[in-house]
Design a protein around this ligand. Structure first.
Ligand code: ATP
Length: 355
């Protein structure tokens, strides 16, 4: 996806608050039409970076280029971009229609043309037409979300910035809106730049993801690249529950894991890591009847199992580690708590990462 000319280029962008480098020397190209998500824990600098991209915050160093033109000094309202905030920032004393039509009214678009465009936008964001005259305070959280999206789209921006717009919404609705946002991105063909602290949310929607840690963009890749080749332990653990086994790479190329008192076969390392973590996803682990069924095996006891809808998760105590295994419900392991079990994984399903 990261092909073609960048619509947005940032070069060595830095923002300092007192002694804190909230954003530290970040460079990035965002391609026209892509859905790019910046992910990181609280305080990692996501909002500050997004605000600089949108022109709401001035960088201390570095440049923001929009279609090749430096826009550091162009205020947000003079840029062909718009922001959807977590708070949505709707006009609460106005109707749905008045909120959506705001940018059009500012531009002097006639009443009839505004109404026509508003109705189109309401269709795009799946708001029923009868909501046109409804006060926004009488709308549900999901409906208000759609109003905010339609209002942003009304100004026909080249780039839409999203500042955690789904974080205050309950899980089920959030899942629905994630899919709708991805569809909206496809339907509009616009460039979306989105921030969230949820890598799960980023995975669902994005063409590419940038991971932020302490002001730096430490890894950029497609969801698949981030998932299968995390840069380090921080990125791999940020993606949810994974098995991270501390290992030393022996001279024979085997991986010694003191926590499990075992040696494992691991992936070829060309990154010179001598000690690090072997990362194995829960869905790549499996229960074995015989060691020959996988490249690596470990013996342990079944500590607990957890039904998770379509999947079942198992915790297996082995040495100093609690290993996590996940299976589809129909492939569930038939065992009892405290049973001795053998679990294993193949080399191809493991990644060696640094600390
Ligand atoms: P969250 O997910 O909690 O919103 P974030 O990754 O978006 O976090 P930022 O809001 O960008 O992080 O903040 C990065 C760091 O900069 C934090 O330590 C924050 O306290 C600090 N910071 C942000 N804005 C200001 C400001 N106006 N003045 C001083 N410090 C600030």
């Amino acid at each position: 996806m990261a092909e073609g000319a960048p619509i947005l280029r940032i070069e060595n962008l830095t923002k300092v608050f007192g002694k804190l480098r909230a954003v530290n020397d970040v460079s990035l190209d965002i391609v026209d039409g892509e859905f790019f998500t910046i992910v990181g824990p609280s305080g990692s600098g996501k909002t500050t970076l997004l605000r600089m991209l949108a022109g709401l915050e001035k960088p201390n160093a570095g440049d923001v280029l929009l279609r090749g033109n430096r826009v550091n000094d162009v205020p947000a309202n003079k840029r062909p971009t718009c922001m959807v905030f977590q708070s949505l920032a709707l006009f609460n004393h106005r109707t749905v229609g008045q909120n959506i039509e705001f940018a059009l009214k500012m531009r002097g678009v006639s009443r009839a043309a505004r109404r026509e465009r508003c109705e189109e936008l309401m269709k795009v964001v799946r708001l029923p037409q009868e909501f046109y005259a409804k006060g926004v305070t009488k709308c549900s959280g999901g409906e208000r979300q759609r109003v905010a999206l339609a209002r942003a789209l009304a100004s026909d921006p080249d780039i839409m910035f999203f500042d955690e717009p789904l974080s205050a919404i309950d899980y089920q609705l959030r899942k629905l809106l994630e899919v709708e946002l991805k569809d909206l991105h496809r339907e509009t063909g616009k460039t979306f730049v989105y921030i969230t602290h949820s890598l799960e949310e980023a995975m669902v929607m994005s063409d590419r993801i940038g991971i932020m840690q302490a002001g730096r963009l430490i890894q950029i890749g497609t969801p698949d690249e981030i998932y299968t080749k995390p840069l380090n332990k921080f990125v791999s653990e940020f993606m949810g529950e994974v098995n991270t086994l501390p290992v030393q790479v022996g001279s024979d190329g085997k991986f010694d894991c003191a926590d499990l008192g075992s040696q494992f076969l691991g992936p070829q390392t060309d990154n010179g890591i001598q000690s690090g973590y072997l990362v194995i996803r829960p869905e790549s682990m499996r229960f074995l009847n015989d060691p020959s069924e996988a490249d690596n095996h470990v013996k342990g006891s079944l500590f607990n199992e957890y039904a998770m809808g379509s999947r079942v998760q198992y915790h297996v105590r082995a040495g100093n580690q609690m290993l996590v295994i996940e299976k589809l419900r129909e492939m569930a392991f038939r065992g009892s708590i405290n049973d001795d079990v053998m679990i294993g994984w193949d080399v191809k399903d493991s990644v060696l990462v640094s600390d």
